[in-house]
Design a protein around this ligand. Structure first.
Ligand code: LMR
Length: 390
């Protein structure tokens, strides 16, 4: 059978990891896949994660199955981190998933089972969003969200698309640190989005993958909290990959917010059933680490300190990028005020490939850069190479 299959294109983002690894030039720069890097180019294990792992090494006395729902303490503590005081005001049910991608897929499967047909997606977005929702059987209906040349959110277009939606449609929202643009909505814009979702009967699916990398752990969840308290039903896909640096541990969760506890419980029961016929149970380790950190005040403080330091490093690089690029592209002054690891540069595919072949600077052909991939010492040099394209 297998020889009848057609070859699939490599995932463009993940393929960059291999291309970068094989490049032997010593001054190569990786602005590709979205992982945090420090000044030495390393993706560190958080101090608090190491401490939690030491605790788990000593205290864990079994590797028996945990169950379809996953680690319920992880789910409770993570939901409080995400929803804040809104956690006490809405009915919600969570299921632990293999990373944020697992949460998005389970959300898609649940929505299809519940009768949803279409998901509205603002472009550009993380390319795998489209793949995941299409694989789950949803029709992906796109609308413009961001203009790269002017670096501005096309908010009117977004609202228009939501106004045109039909009751029962789903709308994908990025909770914070928009991937790939870094563009943020203001509090007023979040309130306007929440109001139109509620009025049109559209269910939000909010992807929160970078909490803490934008303006702060609380600030980055403010829009999400405004939405989930305004609408009767919502789904929130959370990734612990970046916020806790647990990338390869595949740690995440899907939360269903419902009008009643009974409806939330139904959502949970279906999410668990969908997980059972997919991967059965999620991996344990990352969730155990997060549960341990969030259950301990000192570890939580240390985790936050380190996360805040990462954010400050990225903000410093954003300032340098904005100052260095605004001469060539005045609109790129906006990079300073954008959030999270990514910004989207107005580069052509040919320019991206030229940077790769001539200067060993790696980024996807969309022009997205992972700002955390820059080292302060070499940032000036890289910025000059961008500016020289104009
Ligand atoms: C990214 O956008 O680079 C990350 O979310 C990693 C991934 O899985 O694509």
């Amino acid at each position: 059978m297998f020889d009848t299959l057609s070859r699939q294109p490599d995932d463009a983002l993940l393929a960059l990891i291999g291309l970068y690894k094989r490049d032997e030039r010593p001054n190569k720069v990786d602005l590709g896949v979205g992982v945090y890097r420090d000044e030495e180019g390393r993706t560190p294990v958080f101090r608090a994660v190491k401490a939690a792992e030491r605790i788990l090494l000593e205290s864990q006395d079994s590797k028996a199955y945990i169950g379809l729902e996953g680690d319920t303490l992880y789910l409770d503590r993570l939901w409080r981190l995400v929803a804040g005081t809104a956690a006490g005001r809405v009915a919600a049910a969570g299921v632990q998933t293999p990373g944020g991608s697992g949460a998005l897929r389970l959300a898609g499967d649940l929505l299809v089972r519940a009768g949803a047909r279409r998901i509205l997606v603002g472009l550009p977005t993380w390319p795998n969003h489209v793949g995941i929702f299409a694989a789950a059987g949803l029709e992906v209906v796109s609308h413009p969200f961001f203009d790269t040349a002017s670096q501005s959110v096309l908010f009117d277009r977004m609202i228009e698309a939501l106004e045109r939606a039909q009751p029962g449609d789903v709308a994908l929202l990025h909770g914070s640190c928009h991937n790939p643009t870094g563009a943020a909505l203001s509090d007023e814009q979040w309130a306007a989005v929440a109001a139109v979702l509620e009025r049109r009967g559209v269910t939000p699916l909010i992807d929160l993958a970078y909490q803490g990398f934008g303006r702060g752990v609380e600030e980055d969840a403010a829009g999400l909290r405004a939405v989930v308290t305004a609408v009767p039903e919502a789904l929130v896909a959370v990734s612990s990959s970046k916020s806790f640096g647990l990338y390869r541990e595949r740690t995440g969760a899907i939360f269903a917010v419902a009008a009643t506890e009974a409806a939330a419980d139904l959502a949970r029961s279906n999410l668990m059933g969908l997980a059972r016929t997919s991967y059965s149970m999620p991996p344990d380790h990352g969730a155990a680490v997060v549960r341990t950190i969030l259950g301990d005040e000192a570890l939580t403080r240390d985790w936050l300190d380190e996360l805040n330091g990462m954010r400050a490093r990225i903000q410093g690089l954003r300032r340098a990028l904005a100052a260095g690029l605004r001469g060539a592209w005045p609109a790129l002054a906006a990079v300073e005020g954008q959030e999270g690891m990514f910004s989207l540069l107005p580069l052509t595919e040919a320019e991206v490939l030229k940077l790769r072949s001539e200067h060993a600077i790696y980024m996807p052909t969309s022009g997205r850069i992972n700002i955390a991939g820059l080292k302060t010492a070499e940032a000036g040099d890289v910025i000059a190479k961008f500016a020289a394209l104009r």
